[in-house]
Ligand binder design. Structure first.
Ligand code: MF3
Ligand code: CO
Ligand code: CO
Length: 274
């Protein structure tokens, strides 16, 4: 049975499986953390070009996160030693920054998580490098639509499964594969908390959405089949069939009437081309 717990903005958060219900001060904290995540993703736009290395992108993210008064939540997280994830082409998620250079035609996901005043803002977007083939651009477009269709489902009384159902329906209508191995997640004081937000589900199933819930929606959609494979580094997930994969992520809060998206771009750069 799903357990909900009303929490104050200052109490210690435990990963105890309960779904936290937050008040106005927590919304204010998430608004600030989410805005910083969005500003970082906005500021990266001019740098995501042919020849830049994923490590250089990581350096920029770290500097901007710290300049914004936050720390990258990924730095030291379960042994992860970087400030963001950079996932290129067939990399589904958790691409590790390093020496690899971006090249013409790449599609790239950059995922940032500033931890600001104890609140996590978690967001990712796709970037198009140079001349991207139409098939890849369509995958990116449809993946963005999947995220927004999922968000449209969010209101009190809806079920968590409604989100995954909307995403799966749209992705599979294009014969794309919806990744099952990774999910959205509750967040707030914690980076990864209950509930798991699956991106393929049956409508009307799962926990009821209630005002004050915070979670991410972050569909990973593959041009080919859905299964993923882990690389030996223990982090990088790639499509098993080596097909392209795209992802967008927003952090949201359930309100009395619908939801608030904490990670919207102040510059309107939510969806490429930028
Ligand atoms: N930001 C990712 C998410 O959306 C998590 C990255 S964890 C890391 O949940 F350790 F790989 F960075
Ligand atoms: Co996330
Ligand atoms: Co993320």
């Amino acid at each position: 049975m799903t357990q909900y717990q009303t929490v104050t903005s200052t109490e210690t958060s435990l990963r105890d499986g309960t779904i936290k219900l937050h008040g106005p001060e927590a919304f204010e904290g998430m608004r600030k953390a989410g805005r910083l995540a969005a500003e970082i993703l906005d500021a990266l736009v001019p740098f995501v070009q042919v020849g830049v290395t994923t490590g250089e992108i990581d350096d920029l993210v770290r500097e901007m996160t710290i300049a914004g008064g936050a720390v990258p939540a990924t730095l030291g997280y379960r042994g992860y030693a970087h400030s963001c994830c950079v996932s290129i082409n067939h990399v589904v998620c958790h691409g590790i920054p390093g020496d690899k250079q971006l090249k013409d035609g790449d599609i790239v996901n950059i995922d940032v998580t500033p931890l600001l005043d104890g609140w996590h803002g978690d967001s990712s977007r796709m970037y198009l490098v140079g001349d991207v083939p139409l098939k890849a651009r369509r995958l990116v477009d449809v993946t963005y639509e999947c995220l927004m269709l999922g968000i449209e489902q969010v209101k009190p009384g809806a079920r968590l499964g409604d989100i995954g159902a909307a995403i799966q329906r749209h992705a599979e209508s294009q014969r794309y594969g919806v990744v099952r191995e990774f999910c959205g997640h509750g967040l707030g004081r914690l980076f990864h908390d209950a509930p798991e937000v699956v991106h393929a589900a049956r409508a009307g199933t799962g926990p009821e959405l209630r005002p004050g819930m915070f979670f991410t929606i972050e569909p990973m959609i593959n041009l080919g089949k859905a299964p993923v494979k882990m690389l030996d580094d223990g982090w990088t997930a790639v499509t098993r069939d080596r097909s392209l994969s795209a992802q967008f992520e927003h952090s949201i809060g359930v309100t009395e009437t619908g939801c608030e998206v904490f990670t919207l771009s102040p510059k309107g750069l939510d969806r490429p081309p930028y």
